[in-house]
Design a protein around this ligand. Structure first.
Ligand code: CU
Length: 188
């Protein structure tokens, strides 16, 4: 005798299985919707980075992004801050010097179009939008030179828009850094 069930019994098992799946799938959908609602509300109430605006018309005349203030600074509290400007079709300064194994804060803004940059194979990567200050903090574990291309199409000269980042051993960098001075590796 084979173990075949009477057809009404196998149907009941199939219906029970279907119903179980209905509940499981329903629960998955409910969890996904809940996740969307929670993250949506969370991101709306707490944007990922504070929005810092700047007046494009005056940034070269006064404030943080005047030419003499661009480059790498060791602030009075010891923080290393890089200030740079992106514009069609270059970065200012074109060569940035940073210490290795040290948190480095980048502050960047654009004067004309939307630009962006990525530094070699590091996680430093941001858009640079006119009217806003892009800022992030990262540290570089490997010394040497990295390329820093613009990665937002910004016009006909976009593919020629590059900067360089020189990651110096921390001691070497600190020996070069003078309080109040702005460091870069642009050949003078
Ligand atoms: Cu660009």
């Amino acid at each position: 005798m084979s173990a075949t069930l009477p057809s009404h019994e196998s149907e009941a098992i199939a219906v029970a299985a279907e119903r179980r799946w209905t509940w499981i799938v329903g629960a998955i959908i409910a969890v996904l919707i809940l996740m969307m609602v929670v993250t949506g509300v969370h991101w709306a109430s707490m944007p990922p980075s504070r929005v810092e605006t700047i007046d494009v018309k005056t940034l070269h005349l006064r404030g943080e992004f005047i030419e003499s203030n661009l480059g790498t600074a060791v602030e009075s509290d010891g923080r290393v801050v890089v200030r740079l400007i992106a514009q069609q079709y270059s970065f200012e300064p074109q060569c940035i010097a940073v210490p290795a194994d040290t948190p480095v804060t980048f502050r960047a803004t654009a004067t004309d179009a939307i630009h962006g940059f990525i530094i070699g194979r590091t996680n430093a990567n941001t858009m640079v939008v006119p009217g806003f200050v892009a800022t992030f903090t990262t540290s570089f574990s490997r010394t040497g030179e990295q390329l820093m291309p613009c990665h937002e199409y910004c016009g006909t000269g976009h593919e020629a828009m590059w900067g360089r980042v020189q990651v110096l051993p921390r001691d070497e960098f600190m020996a070069k850094a003078r309080p109040g001075e702005r460091l870069s590796c642009v050949a003078r």
